[in-house]
Design a protein around this ligand. Structure first.
Ligand SMILES: [Fe+2]
Ligand SMILES: [Fe+2]
Length: 290
């Protein structure tokens, strides 16, 4: 049991996971309704904000993992090859569908300020040791994995107005949970330090929360619903209520700061269940070469 908590054994176990790249059978050409998420202005604005961050963010994750993989010694590359290919393929597919999604948001009059801000920040990391890129990516992947698990456990809060977007969010969540170990394991395999891992998580947390808040408010302002009482009532409930996002994700977020933390210690049953029960919603495809 003690051995299972050490990074090496878990690294080897998780590197053996087969990441399937899936083409989602949804029609992203159709426009998106203003309040597609259960008719709720706040939840819609929050999910739309997250979607706006994905194309830029996920490209950065792909680059981190691809560049980190290239620096591994040959025998380690063999151990990681299939997983890295799966990771890149999954993130590339997410990027593509969220770019289409974001195109519809633009037509609704929303403006994506998050992506250019994130891109400018990433520029600062050019020529920096790739382990820092992976530290940033592993921290973001932890965020997305705990958020994904929350979304999968609270799928009803996505509403039923747009089954296509509901499927998109649940599929993305299932795959985020599925590949949550990849960046972390690469960071460890390249000798990334514990201190830097925590330091990046602290910074990523501040940026992620501020960016999410800013873009959500921006979306609500352009939607004309920022100053409605119902918007903030919904925000209070969704973030801090009995099934609140902040309330339920705080503990798993905190666990990242443990020295013996590994993403595989956190629950991913909801992801496996969704993928098993929804195989009619996607087609497995070949992965992108690492
Ligand atoms: Fe993703
Ligand atoms: Fe991811």
């Amino acid at each position: 049991m003690v051995r299972l908590r050490t990074g090496y054994v878990q690294e080897a176990l998780s590197a053996m996971t087969d990441l399937v790249v899936r083409r989602l059978l949804v029609d992203m050409e159709q426009p998106i309704a203003r309040h597609w998420c259960g008719g709720d202005a706040f939840r819609t604005a929050l999910f739309d904000a997250l979607s706006m961050s994905f194309p830029v963010g996920e490209q950065f994750f792909i680059d981190s993992v691809r560049n980190g993989f290239k620096l591994l010694p040959p025998e380690k590359q063999e151990q990681f090859r299939a997983e890295v290919q799966g990771f890149i393929g999954q993130e590339a597919t997410h990027r593509r569908l969220h770019a289409l999604y974001n195109g519809h948001l633009e037509k609704l009059g929303l403006v994506n300020d998050w992506a250019p801000r994130a891109a400018a920040r990433m520029k600062l990391l050019e020529n920096v040791d790739v382990r820092h890129w992976l530290g940033v990516t592993a921290a973001n992947e932890h965020f997305t994995a705990i958020l994904a698990d929350f979304i999968l456990h609270n799928a009803d809060l996505l509403g039923d107005q747009d089954p296509r977007l509901k499927t998109l969010w649940l599929w993305h969540s299932a795959e985020e949970s599925e590949h949550k170990c990849t960046a972390f394991d690469l960071y460890q395999a390249l000798g990334g330090s514990h201190e830097w891992r925590l330091s990046w998580m602290r910074r990523v947390t501040v940026f992620f929360l501020l960016d999410t808040l800013r873009q959500t408010c921006n979306n609500l302002r352009r939607d004309g619903t920022l100053w409605r009482w119902s918007t903030w009532k919904s925000a209070g409930r969704y973030l801090f209520g009995q099934r609140g996002l902040v309330r339920l994700t705080y503990k798993p977020w905190r666990e990242y700061f443990r020295r013996d933390f590994h993403p595989s210690q956190q629950e991913s049953g909801a992801s496996q269940r969704w993928l098993r029960e929804n195989s009619h919603q996607f087609v497995p495809v070949g992965a992108t070469p690492a």
